[in-house]
Structure formats: C-alpha cells, structure tokens
Design a protein around this ligand. Structure first.
Ligand code: NAD
Ligand code: UDP
Length: 324
C-alpha cells in the first residue's frame, strides 16, 4: 500500500516513516521542513507546503497514493496564544487544502494527529473520549477544528478517518538514529536530557503548588514507537472498511515532573540539577488518558514504560548532542 506521510520529516512523522518502511509499506513524505529535518528521512521526500494546492494536486497525480497519515502542524501552545492566526492558517487551512486535494484524487482514508489539548481542563481522570472538548488555547482549538472538518468531509465526500488524540509523546527509535529535535525545545524529557548532557545548567520545574501528590504536574507519557504502532493499526482498521473514529492515545499511567527527573537520573546516572520556578501559563495539573477504547477497538496497548522512554530518548541525545 502506498501511503503519504504528511509531516514525515518531523519528530513523530520520521518514526512513522522508518517503522512503516521496515514493515514493507510503500511510503512517501511531504514536508515543508519548517520544524522537520531532512536528515530524519531517508525515503522519498517532496519538500513543499500542504497549503499549496497545485503542489499537492501534482503529487497526487504522480503517485498512486491510497491513504494519508497527517502529522503536519505548528504545535507550540505558548506561541499559539500570541500568534493564533498563524496556527489557524497552518493547521486548519493546511488540513483543508490537503482534504481538497485528497477528494480530487479520490483518496479517502486519513489517520491524523489530534491532541489531549482538545479537552481543556478536567478534574476527573482518566479522560475518556466522551469528555467535553473545551480547548484552552488556539493550538487545541485548531486540532478540534480539524476533527470537525473531517466529520463534515465524511458526510459530504465519503472520507473515512481516525483521529488520534495524543497525550505526551516521548522516546526515540531504539538505536538512537532518529529522535526529538525541536528548536526551541519546550518538552520536558528532552530538556531534562539536555541538562544531563550539560547543554543546560538545570531544569526548571514549572510550579510545585499544584493539587497533585508532590505538587508538580502529572502527565501520561507514551513511547513514540507505541504511538506509531497505533497509527498502523488505525490505517489497517480503515483499510478493512471500518467506520471513522476518535481515540485517545495514552498509557493510563501518570508521572509528575519530579518523578520524570528522578527517572532520568536513574537512567543516565547523572545528578541532573533542578530548580523550582513559577507555573507555566495554561498547564493543567493532571492529564491522564483512558486507553480503554483504543484497546478494545484497535487491540492496542503500550509495550514500553517510562524507563524505556527515557532510555531511548537518552540514546538519541547522546548520539546527537547538537541535534541533527
Ligand atoms: P514536528 O514539528 O516535529 O513535526 C511536524 C512536521 O510537519 C514538521 O516536519 C514540519 O516541518 C511539518 N509541517 C508543519 N506544517 C507544515 C505544512 N504547512 N506543510 C508541510 N509540512 C508542514 O511535531 P511532532 O512533535 O512530530 O508532532 C507531530 C504531530 O503530532 C503534530 O500534529 C502535533 O500537533 C501532534 N502532537 C504532538 C504531541 C507531542 O507530544 N509531540 C502531542 C500531541 C499532538
Ligand atoms: N515542564 C517543566 N519544565 C520544563 C518543561 C516542562 O516543569 O522545562 C513541565 C510542564 O509544565 C508540564 C510537563 O512538564 O507540566 C510536561 O510538559 P511538556 O511541555 O513536555 O508537555 P505538555 O504536557 O505541555 O504537552
């Protein structure tokens, strides 16, 4: 099956490209390299923007694509608060143009990245797919709009989609050849490991006065390899003629910021320095996914725990101390 991976030069997309290629899928990549890396992709890469209809039309004519996995997005919550229109332009318009090109080319299956950010703040954990969606930032709003666009495109044009609402993605391909390299980096685990490498003096813990066991925020971390396994299952699910669905993608386990730093000390053997700082705006205290639905429908369950997540991310960081 020939699959177009949109955003395949990015952190998660490049893992999808590598793993699907190993599994015998015929994969091609589109990426504008705005946050992706040419070095992360060995397969056929078309450099271009998914908002460019002519570029996509030509691509769909040239390549006999049967399905799309869509990772393209701007995804920094803080920047989305100050530059919301850039986010709507890239994430929402980009998805709209991609769907238009797919409809023209009669390609109707799509798996795409949504986010826990569609839920906003909730007290009761774990979060199921039935929880109210109420994003607290423009980034989450763009993901919710993408889901809604898919729903109406299904009714009008017969698209079938799977939306995967990721919780916190981390880790790297086990040999450390590819991994997470964002500029600037905002995610906890890479920042902790950059501190272990001596690239940063300390890790700042964003607040220790939350209503959690140790006062720091709790998140549900999932290994990028487990995440890609879910995408492949979703693709096969659609190829078997199943209905469109939305799934949470998390492990049902929560770790606090302090627990992550401690786990990284254990994995690296380095005494990573920490300092307590103020809260980061917009951070909910706790985000833990229910993964009951994806387990039941796609037969998915995570194989890796927090130790393996940090071990594999560490292997990437040691091999690429300056990034790609
Ligand atoms: P990333 O920035 O590393 O990857 C996104 C890729 O898409 C990049 O290679 C970028 O160059 C490309 N891209 C962006 N806009 C494009 C456009 N208009 N045209 C063509 N290419 C474009 O991000 P990531 O961490 O790999 O995330 C992948 C997806 O997963 C995103 O949609 C993100 O919102 C979602 N997500 C990520 C996390 C996480 O923890 N990393 C959590 C929830 C959701
Ligand atoms: N965090 C932190 N220091 C950092 C980066 C992140 O304390 O330098 C915290 C952040 O406040 C959140 C958790 O780590 O509670 C995970 O943050 P990340 O940005 O990795 O993912 P998010 O949950 O925001 O998507």
């Amino acid at each position: 099956m020939k699959v177009l991976i949109a955003g395949g030069a990015g952190y998660i997309g490049s893992h999808c490209v590598k793993i699907m290629t190993e599994q015998g899928y015929d994969v091609i990549v589109v990426d504008n390299l705005s946050t992706g890396h040419r070095e992360a992709v060995k397969e056929k890469l078309y450099v271009g923007d998914i908002r460019n209809q002519a570029f996509l039309d030509e691509l769909f004519q040239k390549e006999k694509i049967e399905a799309v996995i869509h990772f393209c997005a701007k995804s920094l919550v803080g920047v989305s608060m100050t530059e919301p229109l850039e986010y709507f332009d890239n994430n929402v318009s980009g998805t709209m143009v991609l769907l238009q090109a797919m409809a023209k080319a009669n390609v109707k299956k799509i798996v795409f990245s949504s986010s826990a950010a569609v839920y906003g703040d909730h007290e009761e954990m774990p979060i199921t797919e039935e929880y109210l969606t109420n994003p607290t930032n423009p980034y989450g709003e763009t993901k919710l709009m993408m889901e809604k666009m898919m729903k109406w495109a299904e009714i009008a044009h017969g698209f079938k989609y799977v939306s995967l609402r990721y919780f916190n993605v981390a880790g790297a391909y086990t040999d450390g050849s590819i991994g997470e390299d964002h500029q600037p980096e905002t995610h906890l685990i890479p920042i902790v490991l950059q501190t272990a490498l001596g690239k940063r003096d300390h890790i700042t813990v964003y607040g220790n006065d939350y209503n959690t066991a140790d006062g720091t925020c709790v998140r549900d971390y999932i290994h990028v390899i487990d995440l890609i396994d879910a995408h492949i299952r979703a693709l096969n699910y659609l190829s078997s003629g199943n209905i469109s669905e939305i799934f949470n993608l998390g492990s049902e386990d929560g770790y606090s910021v302090l627990e992550i730093i401690e786990a990284a000390r254990a994995v690296t053997g380095i005494n990573i320095k920490q300092e307590i700082g103020p809260r980061r705006a917009g951070d909910p205290a706790k985000l833990i996914a229910s993964s009951e639905k994806i387990g039941r429908v796609l037969g998915w369950k995570p194989k890796f725990g927090i130790k393996e997540i940090i071990r594999d991310a560490w292997s990437f960081h040691k091999k690429h101390p300056e990034g790609y």
